[in-house]
Design a protein around this ligand. Structure first.
Ligand code: FMN
Length: 340
């Protein structure tokens, strides 16, 4: 069985990779994901603002006392191994990349232009095989004068700047709130990126009814979350030069197979590994192998893209027909409820 696939120009032995999550935030965690069978691993993101916040907090802690005794900073002991949060993350990437044999993809969530480009260059220098730009939360468009075209231009410009700053492949993780994802994909490819991850996941806050404040919410995805990305992968496959990573709801072998049929190059799992543990990676690879065998094929390449939208005469009509059919199913279910 040949499970080999290519993603971002990297040759992977199979298409199941570990997405960015707390499981890939440490060297040990990254090693564990490799042992569990990941064909590539996306490290947890470095967040520019969070890293700078940690540095500012450290500086503030060091400065306590310096105000009352100006000379005190001269007597402070050498900083105990504190290199700055960004340097510490780059060091983690360097040591992790050295200790695994699968490609380690660094993930970056920047804020400033210098942050996006400078940190990306540092991550390359540290030995990352590629960089995934976490652009899901790139911009919260609250200004009613700002147009979607302006927002997309800003995003594409960021991708272009990063691609100029590094020579390793760059992938872009998007949210799906874009009016014209197909056009955006073309622009992102022209800006120099090698791949798209469809889609990231935001954790929009909830309201706490006792404290009357917003509170953070962590919600792991399930197989029910695949349908929007599944549709977009099918619609984009064959229409873009970008590698396509399925990045939402990869819970088990079935989702991996569905995404490959739609045209994905890899399936990137995060929630599933948090829920079931890293060994779920191996279960996905085994299940994928069994499915391919049971359906008379001998490789991932044979099944990839069989349900790409461009293989159908009129993809838009196909989607509309599916929509109308699902309405009919819903009406049927409603009739059953009424009869019961
Ligand atoms: C607890 C948790 C932490 C995450 N941390 C990151 C991160 O550091 N960087 C990132 O780009 N995405 C992060 N993600 C998003 C995942 O990488 C992934 O894009 C998203 O969860 C959708 O995949 P899933 O359906 O397999 O969970 C995180 C997700 C979870 C659940």
């Amino acid at each position: 069985m040949n499970l080999q696939t290519n993603y971002l120009g990297l040759s992977l032995r199979h298409p199941v990779i570990a997405g960015a999550s707390p499981l890939s935030a440490t060297i040990d965690g990254i090693r564990r994901l490799e042992d569990a069978g990941a064909a590539a691993i996306v490290a947890a993101s470095v967040y520019e603002d969070e890293a700078l916040g940690e540095d500012a907090a450290f500086d503030a802690a060091v400065a306590i006392g310096a105000e009352s005794h100006a000379e005190v900073t001269n007597y402070l002991p050498p900083l105990p191994g504190y290199k700055g949060a960004l340097a510490a993350h780059a060091e983690m990437i360097r040591r992790a990349a050295e200790s695994v044999s699968v490609p380690l993809i660094a993930s970056l969530n920047g804020v400033t232009r210098e942050g996006w480009t400078g940190i990306a260059a540092d991550l390359q220098q540290a030995g990352a095989a590629a960089i995934e730009l976490d652009l899901d939360l790139f911009h919260i468009p609250t200004d009613p004068r700002e147009t979607s075209a302006e927002i997309e231009q800003g995003l594409v410009e960021t991708v272009r700047e990063v691609c100029k700053a590094v020579t390793i492949p760059v992938s872009v993780k998007l949210g799906y709130n874009f009016t014209a994802p197909a056009h955006l994909a073309v622009e992102i490819a022209a800006a120099g990126a090698s791949g798209l991850v469809l889609f990231g996941r935001r954790f929009e806050p909830d309201i706490d009814l006792e404290t009357l404040t917003f509170r953070p919410r962590l919600c792991l995805s399930t197989a029910n979350d695949i349908h929007v990305p599944l549709m977009w992968i099918s619609l984009l496959a064959g229409k873009t030069s970008l590698s396509l990573a399925a990045g939402r709801g990869v819970d088990g072998p079935e989702e991996v197979v569905k995404y490959l049929l739609a045209g994905a190059d890899v399936a990137e799992a995060a929630s599933s590994l948090l829920r079931h543990g890293p060994s779920q990676l191996n279960r996905m690879v085994e299940g994928l192998t069994e499915w391919i065998e049971a359906h008379g094929a001998a490789s991932v390449a044979e099944i990839r893209g069989r349900l790409r939208a461009d293989r159908f005469a009129q993809p838009e009509a196909l989607l509309r027909v599916q929509y109308l059919r699902s309405l009919r199913l819903q009406r049927g279910a409603l009739d059953n409820v009424r009869r019961a």
